[in-house]
Design a protein around this ligand. Structure first.
Ligand SMILES: [Zn+2]
Length: 484
């Protein structure tokens, strides 16, 4: 008895003293934080990607893990906005950045579009952390902007880019800027490259910068020399070996941000959403893989500092109402069939246009189908098309190639939107054959997943609200924030 009590006292003494000596395993503090956002990435975008990857390796009745689907903690996130149940990127980005639900199209302001909402990036920057904001779309796009800008409209691209200079975080990266000179606004604030240079910004098109640049400039901004349309990185499916990837941008960010002060690094996979708006499943899948690869770079960092690193991966909303399984296909799906598609719908539009215009005489329907059957294009097997599907292709061909009356042209512009009718019909048919369904060209109200690993990961389990995520990241970091 007595001996036990002595042991107990000894144990209690050790237990109480250890924290003072710094031996105790105290609450983990996240010093290095990665915050990945797959724009428009719903659970079925992830499902399709996992099944696609397993299928192309010969196991179509299985799923392959992505980097983040192996994380130990998962939860579901509610995405609705202040004034619309189906949210948009600006309101959802603001919720994920500033822990507060705002009105659609609003960046970093309360629903009244007047009161400032400060983001977790702002608080981390003020507390001495290095802060990075990177995206595969333009630096001034809604999701990255929510971390540094305050604008009543997400389309105030020029003003948003000037807010970037005011924020002064250590690292910004993306394809480019949509209105850097203020040509598309009534209130130009000046050339942001000049203004930035006056404020200690270093703009570069190179993925590597010297230590002396890192140490002597307040902020480093990486953009592409020749961005894709929308001032973005190329879609992963359209990229060649020499095209810049989100992983490379993530590596660059780590090189710049890594310091004894710790960092908060937001990385957005922005074009998952764009491809989903196009209902283009193959392009969605390749961009989900690109995000997963970027998370892998963060995981390599995590393995060096597992006690001090937190990685959170989530989404702002679901886009497209995407599903594996569709009306008419019953229980059949063949997601790996999408491997036949070698370019995005975006790029296919261009290629089909070139194909039609480069021929002296207009191509026949058969020649057009043959073009789509090229393994470098869609590898479309026309023998597998049903009569109804062939009819749709032939209708699209007529609209794209044969003369139309003004009335027909108007009706067709509604049917095919701004796409080349042949290109969009071909991608739709491939999606159908793969058993992929789409319910909308816009967003849905679906919950989105969140995945976490590392210091404070347990904070991200269960059903969360999007506004909880930055609050819990702040808790994990031990960061004082004054969110509304
Ligand atoms: Zn979005």
């Amino acid at each position: 008895m007595k001996k036990n009590r002595i042991i107990f006292h000894f144990a209690a003494a050790v237990f109480l003293t250890l924290p003072l000596l710094g031996y105790a395993k105290s609450e983990p503090k996240a010093k290095y934080v990665f915050y990945f956002i797959g724009d428009g990435m719903g659970i079925q975008h992830i499902t399709a990607t996992q099944n696609y990857l397993a299928g192309v390796e010969g196991a179509p009745m299985a799923n392959k893990q992505l980097s983040f689907t192996t994380f130990p903690v998962t939860g579901f996130v509610q995405t609705y906005s202040d004034n619309r149940y189906i949210t948009g990127s600006a309101a959802a980005g603001t919720a994920l950045a500033a822990g507060y639900k705002t009105s659609v199209n609003t960046i970093g302001l309360a629903p009244n579009r007047i009161d400032t909402l400060h983001s977790i990036a702002y608080y981390a920057h003020n507390a001495g952390f290095n802060v990075g904001v990177a995206t595969s779309v333009s630096v001034d796009h809604a999701t990255p902007a929510a971390f540094y800008a305050h604008q009543p409209l997400r389309s105030n691209y020029h003003a948003i880019s000037h807010d970037m200079i005011r924020a002064g975080y250590k690292f910004f990266a993306g394809g480019g800027f949509k209105d850097p000179f203020g040509k598309k606004t009534d209130n130009p604030q000046g050339n942001i490259f000049e203004k930035g240079q006056q404020s200690g910004f270093y703009f570069t098109n190179s993925l590597s910068v010297t230590d002396s640049v890192i140490n002597s400039y307040k902020s480093i901004v990486y953009t592409l020399d020749k961005p894709a349309s929308g001032a973005a990185l190329k879609y992963q499916i359209d990229s060649n070996d020499d095209d810049v990837t989100l992983s490379q941008v993530t590596s660059m960010g780590i090189d710049i941000l890594d310091s004894p002060n710790g960092f908060l690094f937001m990385v957005e996979g922005g074009k998952i959403d764009w491809a989903a708006h196009d209902n283009d499943a193959a392009t969605v899948i390749h961009d989900v893989v690109a995000l997963s690869d970027a998370v892998d770079i963060a995981l390599q960092f995590y393995t060096q500092y597992p006690e001090q690193t937190l990685i959170v991966v989530t989404s702002d909303h679901e886009t497209g109402g995407m599903s594996v399984g569709r009306r008419g296909s019953r229980y059949q799906s063949n997601v790996p069939l999408l491997a036949k598609q070698k370019l995005s719908l975006d790029q296919l539009n261009v290629e089909v246009g070139n194909f039609i215009s480069r021929k002296k005489t207009k191509p026949t329907l058969n020649e057009t189908i043959q073009f789509l059957s090229n393994p470098q294009v869609l590898g479309m097997d026309s023998k597998r098309l049903t009569k109804a599907q062939l009819k749709r292709m032939s209708d699209a061909y007529s609209v794209a190639v044969l003369p139309q009356t003004a009335k027909q042209a108007e009706a067709n512009s509604k049917l095919y939107k701004s796409y080349n009718p042949i290109a969009i019909t071909a991608v739709q048919l491939l999606n159908e054959m793969a058993g992929i369904g789409w319910t909308t060209g816009s967003h849905t109200a679906s919950h989105v997943p969140v995945y976490a690993i590392g210091a404070g990961d347990y904070l991200f389990s269960g059903q969360l609200n999007n506004t909880d995520i930055p609050r819990r990241i702040a808790t994990a970091m031990g960061l004082q924030v004054d969110f509304k």
